[in-house]
Ligand binder design. Structure first.
Ligand SMILES: [Zn+2]
Length: 311
């Protein structure tokens, strides 16, 4: 299951080595757990066990690992990351301060996070990597960049390097916290703005033109507005598609009353709400691919894609 869960983030050639080190790690941690259980068995009778003596130590170790990891970033990386994560400054205003674009700032942030994860784990292990290939390999795994994983031959490295074999697990076990996907729950008008903004920021990373960014944002507002008006609640998932063609896919889902006649709803002139907005046919025209699945009484899912015009 771990291998399956990690597969979208690793190069196909990396699957087998990853499965091998994963199996090794699972067995090692099973023995460690068994051992710990045996040593702690006597505590079962303690109805109120005291706080584990190492708890405070662990917390301070973690804090110092974060400190060390932050110290390894460049000053600019650190300041941007903290402004975004701690002070909540958005990418657009960060971009205007540095004369950059929101997309470039978002991409920079995602690289910084990937580096921070690597440095944090290295600091926790209190280990200097045994070879100068370790950091590039760990970074490629941390960022989920499959092309880079191939370039640095991450697959063969993790089989030979004990440290990287150990660290690749926590780097990949990041649940669904993906850098190339944003989910926005849709309940009210403010969520429409959030979804629009999220789509723009993600797509800007692929180098969409200004016009295309606006077109995409318009289609996203249109679909989310539909959710707010007709279904009440739903969600939008915006995802970058990396290849073979690059683009942005938007899935807008709701559990509302559904559309009785999808074909009719997709016809021009059929307005869903009093002539305001573009409705489904308008959104379909704005996007390159557009599909609607609706079940009356159960809800509607609109899947739409905008490809990036390259070259
Ligand atoms: Zn290594």
């Amino acid at each position: 299951m771990r291998v399956l869960a990690a597969s979208p983030r690793i190069d196909p050639g990396m699957l087998e080595p990853y499965a091998i080190v994963t199996a090794r790690n699972v067995i090692a941690s099973m023995w460690r757990d068994n051992d710990r259980r045996e040593r702690n068995q006597h505590r079962v009778v303690d109805l109120r066990p005291p706080a584990a003596p190492d708890e405070e130590l662990l917390a301070s170790e973690e804090q110092s690992a974060v400190e060390q990891a932050l110290a390894r970033l460049s000053r600019r990386e650190r300041e941007t990351l903290l402004a975004h994560e701690v002070s909540g400054q958005d990418t657009r205003s960060l971009a205007s301060q540095t004369g950059s674009t929101a997309g470039a700032v978002a991409a920079q942030l995602s690289r910084t996070r990937a580096r921070l994860r690597v440095e944090y784990l290295l600091a926790l292990e209190q280990a200097e990597p045994p070879s100068d290939r370790c950091r590039p390999v760990l970074l490629a795994l941390s960022s989920g960049d499959r092309r880079r994983q191939r370039e640095v031959d991450a697959a063969s490295h993790v089989l030979r390097c004990e440290l990287c074999a150990r660290l690749c697990q926590p780097l990949m076990d990041r649940g669904h916290q993906r850098d190339d996907e944003v989910r926005v729950a849709i309940n009210c008008d403010a969520d429409i703005v959030a979804a629009r903004q999220a789509a723009r920021e993600l797509a800007a990373r692929l180098g969409f033109s200004r016009t295309d960014l606006t077109i995409l944002a318009t289609a996203v507002s249109e679909m989310t507005r539909n959710i707010v008006r007709f279904a009440g609640t739903g969600e939008v998932v915006i995802e970058l598609i990396d290849g073979p063609r690059r683009g942005v896919q938007v899935v807008a889902r709701d559990t509302g009353p559904g559309i009785p006649d999808v074909d009719k709803a997709l016809t021009d002139g059929y307005s869903t709400y009093d002539g305001l907005g573009l409705g489904l046919p308008g959104a379909r025209r704005l996007m390159d691919e557009f599909a609607v699945v609706s079940e009356p009484g159960r809800g509607t899912t609109v899947t739409m894609t905008k490809w990036c015009q390259e070259g």
